[in-house]
Design a protein around this ligand. Structure first.
Ligand code: IDP
Ligand code: MG
Length: 136
């Protein structure tokens, strides 16, 4: 069953730094996603800690928050039928080494921490994450 959904995507610092913003956006557009909203920003470490709170007990939490706040990112609201699972598929596995051919992380990811993109993992988290960046 298909359902029009919105999901939150982030182009992470490693990809922005390598000027991959337009190439990654093109991959979304070619795969049928509309970019409804977008903004390029650098967030504070405290904001990254809030965004990744779900991972606060993980050993990589501190590095993850340092990393997300280390440089400019592009936050986007993507829309498509079944956007959440569709974006997860297009992103590929968390570790670029395990990502399938044709995915963003396979193409651009450097390592498990510098994996170029974030994508919401559920309808509930998509709402929370979209509000995090775009509720003004
Ligand atoms: P996801 O980004 O594919 O949803 P999550 O498990 O939600 O993956 O983890 C959030 C982010 O934390 C990942 O994108 C990755 O950058 C980082 N991360 C996840 N697992 C590890 C790890 O084992 N070591 C270092 N960083 C990790
Ligand atoms: Mg996740």
């Amino acid at each position: 069953m298909s359902k029009l959904e919105q999901t939150l995507s982030i182009i992470k610092p490693d990809a922005v730094e390598r000027n991959l913003e337009n190439e990654i956006k093109d991959m979304f557009k070619k795969n049928g996603f509309s970019i409804l909203k977008e903004k390029k920003i650098q967030i504070e470490k405290s904001e990254a800690e809030k965004f990744y709170k779900i991972h606060e007990t993980k050993p990589f939490y501190k590095d993850l928050c340092d990393y997300l706040s280390s440089g400019p990112i592009v936050a986007m609201v993507l829309e498509k039928d079944n956007a959440i699972i569709g974006n997860r598929k297009l992103m590929g596995a968390t570790n670029p080494k395990d990502a399938d051919d044709g995915t963003i992380r396979k193409k651009y990811g450097i390592s498990i921490d510098k994996n170029s993109v974030h994508g919401s993992d559920s309808i509930e988290n998509a709402k929370i994450e979209i509000d995090f960046f775009f509720k003004d």
